[in-house]
Design a protein around this ligand. Sequence first.
Ligand code: JFZ
Length: 417
Amino acid sequence: MSWFENARFGMFIHWGLYSAAGGCWKGMETPWVSEWMMSKFRIPRAEYRTLASSFTGENFDAERWMRTIAGAGMKYLVITSKHHDGFAMFDSSYDDYNVVRLTPFGRDPLKELAGAAPKYGVKLGFYYSHVQDWNEPGAAGNTWDFPQDAKTDEAFQAYLDGKVKHQLRELLTNYGDVSVLWFDMPGRISCEQARDLRDFVRDLAPRCLVNGRLDYRQKWDFDSLGDNLLPFEKCTFPSEGCGTMNESWGYKPSDHHYRTVPEILKTMAGLVSCNANYLLNVGPDGMGNFPPEACRILEGTGEFLRRNGEALYGASAPPMVSTAHLWGNVTCRGGDLYFWCFRNPGRLDYYGIRNQVESAEIIGGEKVPFEQYSRDEYDFHRLTMFVPQTPTPFVIRVKCKGDIVCDPYAYGASSKG
Ligand code: JFZ
């Protein structure tokens, strides 16, 4: 687990047949997320698979993707190996419904990414939709090709023992060191079936982490928080929040509603100050291009983390209850506190830190003048920082003597509200 909790920031990639459609089907734009288009329009399997002919992947370059991922400050990648549509984005011998057999691209992108990842220090993980599979009669989700009454417990078990275990075995034995299996939408799976899948994974790849969406009712290696949601309190178990840059996981060119870099960084701060990782999604198009808006965001996170990475990597929530404030968030590593400022707080009176502060400075910038006032008999401790004018977002590193000891209800009041 230690690599996972130190990594703090990874890339999610949703790449599949839906990427070639971009959310459009026969002139209709799918509402909501583009990777659900087949379900939204109840597109028959035989029609949906015709998208394969336009999935060229002509600009796919695993090295370039990995350079972009590492350059963005991301330490791991989770990519869709099979989403709900049932289409395998890898060379699976289960059937021909996969990227190698059906598309003009004709290559195995996961194999190429597995070859490139170690060169860039990026750990590799696979998203796998283990319950929803719109190409399989016994799986959940496709009631337009297959009648609901065909989805018996026996048919579902046969799907798990057939396609799911066949493909998980391929993913865990043919692609080198797989660090994460990211399951999704557990729906009808039983506790026993979920445990059986986890044991199957563990037997093949003992160090591969399994996320909480294998089955919400049980604990696995880490919890997957709700999409684009921040935890309302600190996580006490390894956790990860996942989020989109615009409003769709899959490529959707009509959705220009991208978050700004500060908004992405604010989400990052909100997650890591609650002990959670941030898995930020990119939806490449059918040719293998990252949308230009996504590239700009990734450049922004990379620039910020080249300067302020120590506030993220290996950092976690400090011991005070509240780590989110109007002006920003607080993380810590050992005796160092990091104040992520998205508004310049001006004079920041931070109450409740019992340590002696040794220094305060904007990372990569100016010293921050400060003073401390304490009345031990009242357990009253005030750290006042006079934050110089500097472009936001920035991070103040406060070096304290020894590990952080604080009033659980420590908080910081900005002179600017
Ligand atoms: C699921 C998928 O349906 C979606 O296409 C995407 O892959 C996303 C990452 O995961 O969607 C979800 C699953 C769970 C929640 C929200 C959307 N949730 O728990 O809030």
